[in-house]
Design a protein around this ligand. Structure first.
Ligand code: GCB
Length: 603
């Protein structure tokens, strides 16, 4: 799906700002049919939960209504007009005046609704959006709604981050011509100094126009041209997109009627390759070592609301600390984040919202599921179909980003349980059909061992989430080190695939110190990470380290979460804990090389 933007043939109006807001339980029937009877206003983009001082709103189960008036520009009479929601978490129903015009399920991918027949150029309309943050066993991520002793509904779920809901990303009113470019797909390759950009333009409307494409370099000079809805553009003396050294071309796709340009869209393109070969992860044929974090979209007050200021600051902190990559744990992030990564050469592991497909986590440290994860009761055919739809929407949204080097199809699924393989095999097939160029992974839960995991051979890279020294052997780093080394060795022997750590971390209360080995102290976080790194550096098959987490983040109320998850290297307001300075020493200057190795990857 093309991100809306201004082009010579397209216009858009931002609908961000404050909208009328209230909960279904406080509004009458069919609230979209009149101005909402409320004095509340919610900021867009932002999750609604932390905006107000109101527990009922914060923990609401059910629909919440957003509403505003929208003025359609008067020059739009001949255009196709659509609404574009960058995200509505987790489901939305949209009304124009009294009329229901469309809906979407899935909280972190965009959707568009054609409203050409429902609005008039030069006239205002009332836009109402109902948003639901509810999670059940048939949504991705899954959750459970229960009615407790008080008679109130409450939402539980199988991940620790707070289930923020609402219009957390921008909303737009946009135009395209009726005959239009609907989508563009590019893949890239190179041989020696010659680059190749393979493109396909999907056209919608009457279907009669011809397609013309041109590729311009960063100075705006056209370096290749072609006609036809698909083809290959050759780029002599290509400048590659590299981690830490981004270079983007601009691909302009035009739909023509004779000589007239009916539609025009420009897409940034980075030429690079990604490949897994043996135990190596290669970008442009060179061994790449991931340094960085699992992150969250999480800030005070906004919740999961996208914020350009935090985005810019987070990228600068990553640059300062020497991080070359991050994982979009545990859901697709705002498109602005991927565009920024494209422009600045940061490498992204792009993850679906499938977190919590694991009944084992309910069993605590025993990992014993109360009932099988892959069963009618929990992850069933409907869940799998929802997961497939999430994969479709993630890959079709993000496949043109050079920064994205791998898809992560799930976080910590019960890949050790029966039924996991049957559940995942069709999803991996689908993902590979949608994108045959990028490696696939899932982040492995600690209960899924090299002895009992049933899925790893379907995937390309072993991504381990491991907490030795925290949840296992808490406070005993000597024992933790032995467990960790044995675990990595086992995976190497079983798979012969590249291995990386996508989560390891220790909750740390900033300012808490001790001369003794004590969990939660800043010294323990340092010693814990040092121990992990000592082990990683022993294995040539090890291709990366992403710490859990970049910053502290909000969680549900839980007795082991003191004001949220505190495994951040930065606090929630982005102040460094002391370990940040140690990490900076380890990571800066590596330029994608494994610590202790030279440019050829030799130790
Ligand atoms: C995990 C999860 C992550 C949690 C983390 C923790 O394994 O993948 O979402 O936040 O552990 O801190 O417990």
């Amino acid at each position: 799906m093309l991100k809306p933007k201004m082009t010579p043939t397209r216009e858009l109006v931002s609908l961000d700002g404050t909208w009328r807001f209230d909960l279904d339980s406080r509004l009458g029937q069919r609230p979209w049919e009149a101005p909402l009877d409320t004095s509340l206003e919610a900021a867009v983009p932002a999750s609604y939960n932390d905006l107000f001082v109101d527990e009922e709103i914060r923990n609401h189960v059910g629909w919440a209504y957003y509403q505003r008036m929208v003025q359609v520009p008067r020059g739009w009479g001949a255009e196709r007009i659509y609404l574009r929601f960058d995200a509505a978490t987790h489901a939305a129903k949209v009304y124009v005046d009294d009329v229901f015009v469309g809906e979407h399920v899935g909280g972190y991918t965009p959707f568009a609704i054609d409203v050409t027949d429902h609005v008039d150029a030069g006239q205002p309309f009332r836009l109402t959006v109902a948003v639901s943050g509810d999670l059940t066993n048939e949504t991705i991520p899954p959750g459970k709604i229960e009615v407790g002793m008080t008679g109130r509904q409450s939402q539980t779920y199988f991940h620790d981050f707070y289930n923020y809901a609402g219009l957390a990303r921008s909303v737009w009113l946009c135009t395209t011509p009726h005959d239009r470019i609907e989508d563009v797909v590019v893949t890239t390759d190179y041989e020696g100094a010659d680059g190749a950009v393979t493109y396909r333009a999907d056209v919608a409307g009457s279907g009669s126009g011809a397609v013309r494409v041109s590729l311009a370099d960063a100075d705006g000079a056209v370096v290749a041209e072609a006609t036809g809805a698909s083809g290959v553009l050759s780029v002599t003396d290509v400048t590659l997109w590299k981690p830490g050294s981004a270079y983007l071309y601009d691909l302009t796709v035009e739909l023509l009627d004779g000589d007239a340009v009916i539609d025009s869209y420009t897409l940034p393109v980075g030429v690079r390759t990604v490949e897994v070969r043996g135990t190596q992860f290669l970008i442009n044929g060179e061994r790449f070592y991931f340094t960085g974090f699992g992150k969250h979209e999480d800030t005070p007050v906004r919740g999961k609301g996208h914020d350009d200021a935090y985005m810019v600051h987070d990228f600068h902190l990553m640059d300062w600390i020497g991080a070359n990559s991050f994982r979009t744990s545990h859901y697709p992030y705002a498109e602005e984040v991927l565009e920024f990564a494209d422009r600045h050469g940061i490498v992204v592991i792009d993850e679906t919202a499938a977190v919590g497909l694991n009944m084992g986590v309910v069993g605590g440290m025993s990992g014993t599921p109360p009932f099988p994860t892959f069963s009618e009761q929990y992850a069933n055919d409907i869940t799998q179909a929802a997961h497939a739809q999430h994969i479709r929407e993630l890959i079709t949204r993000d496949r043109n980003h050079p920064s994205v080097v791998m898809w992560c199809l799930a976080n910590e699924p019960a890949s050790n349980e029966d039924g996991a393989r049957e559940y995942f095999e069709p999803l991996v097939t689908l993902a590979r059909e949608l994108d045959p160029t990028r490696p696939m992974a899932y982040a492995l839960v600690m209960f899924a061992t090299f002895e009992n995991d049933q899925c790893i051979d379907l995937f390309d890279v072993v991504c381990m989430n491991r907490y030795y020294g925290w949840y296992v052997a808490s406070g005993d780093l000597a024992t933790a080190e032995m467990y960790l080394a044995g675990d990595i060795k086992g995976w190497i022997e079983r798979t012969g695939k590249p291995i990386m750590m996508t989560e390891y971390g220790a909750d740390t209360m900033e300012g808490l110190h001790s001369v003794h080995t004590q969990v939660w102290t800043e010294e323990y976080q340092r010693d814990y990470l040092e121990m992990n790194h000592r082990v990683f550096d022993r294995f040539p098959e090890f291709v990366g380290e992403q710490i859990w987490n970049f910053a502290d983040f909000a969680t549900t109320n839980a007795i082991h979460r003191v004001g949220g998850n505190k495994k951040g290297v930065f606090t929630r307001d982005r102040r460094p804990k002391s370990v940040a300075f140690d990490l900076r020493k380890r990571w800066t200057g590596l330029a994608g090389r494994k610590p202790g190795t030279d440019a050829s990857g030799q130790g």
